[in-house]
Design a protein around this ligand. Structure first.
Ligand code: SF4
Length: 276
């Protein structure tokens, strides 16, 4: 089973202008609630030994600067039945704690934010991951003012590291720009998938779990399909009820796109199979 976990955390140390969590701060109580929810989730995972589990943390904001997420990744990676633990991160945190993980199971979905961090500093963090033997992908939200950064980043990253590009808006790019981005990221897609009525693995082999343990098929369909702490969860083949799916963490599970084959073992951290 693959789990996307998103607790109540909703704060970030960066200030990207397009993000609702830019520089958002949280009270001590609010951070404590997030920590307790995460500890409870880890305890639940510890007790689920029947089938292999892969976990992707998809926090609102930046979680990896919090020591309880670092500890969670260490602890989860050391559980025999956890096959992969990945997290979306801006890679601004220290990396020394990764040495305490089972590094063969940890992977980072990193995003470069050129308005917030110097490219040399970001690449230095990537090189540190290389030296530590931690798998990762790198991506960017593609704003016009950052086109040059994409070209430079592609040149400077190891060729094996997948550089994914997220579209900012559907009608934002010229055809020439789209073609250029596809030459860097063959999966670049500025047009949302028309997903309604199509089979999607979410709700069957992939679920989303929040800090209260409530289970939904994905982050984009609000209907509850169970709660891990009350012990009920209905997993079965399902069709997508939404008109469109425009987020990678969702449409990557659409059956007919075949992206599970394209990404293979790297599907949680968004790393292409040819390079993982
Ligand atoms: S296609 Fe997207 S919105 Fe539809 S069920 Fe799958 S993940 Fe959710």
């Amino acid at each position: 089973m693959k789990i996307l976990y998103r607790g109540p955390l909703s704060s970030c140390n960066y200030a990207c202008h397009y993000c609702p969590f830019a520089k958002a701060k949280e009270s001590r109580e609010s951070l404590k609630r997030d920590q307790q929810a995460l500890l409870r989730f880890i305890d639940w995972v510890r007790g689920q030994t029947v089938e292999p589990i892969g976990i992707l943390f998809t926090p609102w904001g930046e979680a990896l600067i919090r020591r309880w997420y670092q500890k969670a990744i260490i602890d989860l990676s050391l559980m025999a039945h956890v096959k992969k633990v990945a997290i979306q991160t801006n890679l601004s945190c220290r990396l020394d704690w990764l040495e305490r993980c089972d590094k063969s199971k940890v992977a980072l979905w990193t995003t470069f934010h050129p308005s917030q961090v110097n490219r040399v500093r970001f690449l230095g963090q990537c090189q540190a991951l290389d030296q530590q033997g931690i798998a990762y992908s790198v991506g960017m939200v593609c704003l016009k003012e950052h086109f040059n950064d994409i070209a430079l980043l592609r040149r400077e990253l190891r060729p094996e590291v997948y550089l994914w590009i997220n579209a900012y808006q559907t009608d934002y790019y010229t055809q020439t720009e789209r073609d250029y981005f596809k030459s860097i990221d063959p999966l670049f897609n500025a047009i949302p998938h028309q997903s309604k009525g199509r089979r999607c693995q979410t709700g069957e082999t992939v679920v989303t779990i929040d800090g209260d343990g409530d289970v939904r098929r994905c982050h984009f369909v609000k209907e509850l399909i169970g709660n891990i702490y009350s012990g009920d969860m209905t997993l079965k083949p399902r069709l997508c009820p939404n008109q469109i799916c425009d987020c990678h963490i969702g449409y990557v599970h659409l059956n007919d796109l075949g992206l599970d084959e394209v990404f293979g073992e790297g599907i949680l951290e968004r790393q292409l199979k040819m390079t993982n």
